[in-house]
Design a protein around this ligand. Structure first.
Ligand code: FES
Length: 155
């Protein structure tokens, strides 16, 4: 009898565990990776006249093809992800997934931006939603680069 109670207890425990696992897996809040782009220190950029000006010489993560970096500054009202896509070309997008605002990362090999959540939204380099649970295209920021200074139009 004791053995039978033990089995029922284990089955119940396993069922609870499996239920918790399913809830955890389908919830889009679940992060599938944590290797986000490094944040650009505030002394490497200025914000003025609705523009973000970054001295690219000071941002090591952006000096390599495939590198990416994040500007997270409460004065902007958005987190901005900048990616060095190669051939002296960059992309500047909002780092917020259009599904539930989770963080994005730049995947250079796949040439896309990807959501960190289980919804697995994927966007092309122009910010267009391509797959996963994206609810629309990404905010894309216009920018210019003159003498290695990137000027991003914020509004
Ligand atoms: S937050 Fe759900 S797919 Fe990005």
């Amino acid at each position: 009898m004791a053995e039978e109670n033990k089995n029922i207890y284990l089955i119940t425990l396993n069922s609870i565990f499996l239920l918790a696992l399913v809830i955890f897996a389908v919830n889009c809040e679940t992060l599938i990776f944590v290797n986000q782009a490094p944040e650009i220190p505030q002394d490497c950029y200025v914000i003025e006249n609705n523009q973000l000006v970054i001295n690219l010489n000071d941002v090591k993560a952006l000096s390599v093809v495939g590198g990416s970096a994040l500007v997270s500054d409460e004065r902007i009202g958005d987190k901005i992800l900048i990616a060095n896509t190669g051939n002296e070309s960059y992309r500047v997008v909002s780092s917020h997934c259009t599904h539930r605002d989770k963080a994005l990362r730049y995947n250079h090999d796949a040439e896309r931006f990807e959501c960190s959540s289980m919804g697995r939204a994927k966007y092309d380099l122009d910010g267009n939603a391509k797959s996963g649970m994206a609810d629309g295209d990404l905010q894309v920021y216009n920018f210019t680069i003159i003498q290695n200074k990137m000027t991003v139009s914020l509004f």
